[in-house]
Design a protein around this ligand. Structure first.
Ligand SMILES: NC(=O)c1ccc[n+]([C@@H]2O[C@H](COP(=O)([O-])OP(=O)(O)OC[C@H]3O[C@@H](n4cnc5c(N)ncnc54)[C@H](OP(=O)(O)O)[C@@H]3O)[C@@H](O)[C@H]2O)c1
Length: 308
């Protein structure tokens, strides 16, 4: 940033402060930067590399008082260039909460709606996907994943038929926490999935060995879940300063360190950190901008993290 731009930004932030607005209220486009996007291999359609998860954070129940604090969270997500919102019927009230939030945040045209099917049997699967669609209030989902591979051979047939009929745009399959990777590999080699979702983080890098290369080889989009290991990564770095060299890839905080590590893997399409706090959303969405670490820098990031 040149000195005039820096001064303008300081003045702008000062004016916001004077207006009683927190710094995170600065819209991302005030920074006039392009978000980092990755193509979905099946279509070439580009997705912003940072999405949002909803497992525990959006499962807040039916009361308005519990839901209202999430409005700035989702608004910040869209204002700062986000698109993929990930959920599942397994996440309690999260899908209903998302549907509610979308009505309160009209600027969500970029939404890339991602849910899951999580039940046994064809008829129950179809009912569940239709119920999810109503809860979200969307005409159709961009992607429906088969959650934790549950009855996947049944649901993959339904999803292929739905995709052919234009009822869903892409189909995917998930696991997490390093579970059942061999079975997932078999599913990916037997059926034509557009997306696969599994855990990948600085703490859990086991998918680097087989699943990430397999997805790249088969041209399957990768959604990296649990990017903060459920929040545990922040405990690991508590009180530890960010290394000065993190500036070389435009990283301002540990959240961006963790997310830019994932986003810089060439096989990753999007990662979906979850948060219930607008301030955390600002930190996380910062990873959508600026430079990404080089392969050499990624090795340094791992060494440094493991030394803490
Ligand atoms: N099998 C599957 O398909 C599967 C399994 C697991 C997860 N998922 C998906 O992946 C998503 C992400 O995984 P996850 O929810 O398990 O965990 P995660 O995204 O790794 O971590 C979420 C935790 O990190 C904290 N956090 C977020 N941003 C932060 C920041 N900037 N600073 C400090 N703390 C921060 C959040 O707390 P605050 O609210 O305080 O920010 C929350 O407790 C899920 O929500 C779900 O959509 C899918």
């Amino acid at each position: 940033m040149d000195r005039v731009a820096q001064w303008d930004r300081r003045r702008f932030l000062g004016a916001l402060g004077a207006a009683g607005l927190p710094a995170w209220a600065v819209p991302a486009d005030a920074q006039a930067r392009e978000p980092i996007k990755r193509p979905i291999p099946a279509s070439g359609e580009e997705l912003p590399v940072i999405g949002v998860g909803s497992w525990l954070t959006f499962n807040v129940g039916a009361s308005a008082s519990a839901r209202v604090p999430l409005v700035p969270v989702i608004r910040t997500f869209f204002e700062r260039g986000g698109a993929m919102v990930d959920s599942s019927p397994m996440y309690g009230t999260s899908e209903a909460v998302i549907g509610d939030l979308l009505t309160k945040v009209p600027q969500h045209q970029r939404l890339f709606a991602a849910t899951k099917v999580w039940t046994y049997g064809k008829a129950a699967g179809e009912r569940q996907m239709e119920s999810s669609r109503r809860l979200w209030g969307v005409p159709k989902f961009d992607v429906i994943h088969i959650h934790n591979m549950l009855d996947w051979e049944t649901h993959v047939e339904t999803l292929q038929a739905w995709k052919a009929a234009g009822r869903v745009r892409y189909i995917g399959i998930t696991t997490s926490h390093g579970r059942r990777h061999e079975e997932l590999e078999r599913a990916l080699t037997r059926s034509p999935f557009d997306f696969v979702q599994f855990t990948y983080s600085l703490y859990d890098r086991q998918t680097e060995k087989r699943l990430l290369p397999l997805a790249a080889e088969r041209r399957i989009a990768v959604v990296a879940n649990r990017p903060f290991d459920g929040g545990n990564l922040f405990d690991a770095v508590k009180g530890k300063p960010l290394p000065t060299w993190a500036r070389e890839f435009d990283c301002e905080n540990w959240a961006q360190y963790f997310l830019k590590f994932i986003a810089s893997h060439p096989a990753v399409t999007v990662t979906i950190p979850a948060t219930a706090k607008a301030g955390h959303m600002v930190e996380n969405m910062g990873a959508l901008y600026g430079r990404l670490p080089t392969p050499e820098m990624r090795r340094r990031m791992v060494q440094h993290f493991e030394s803490l």
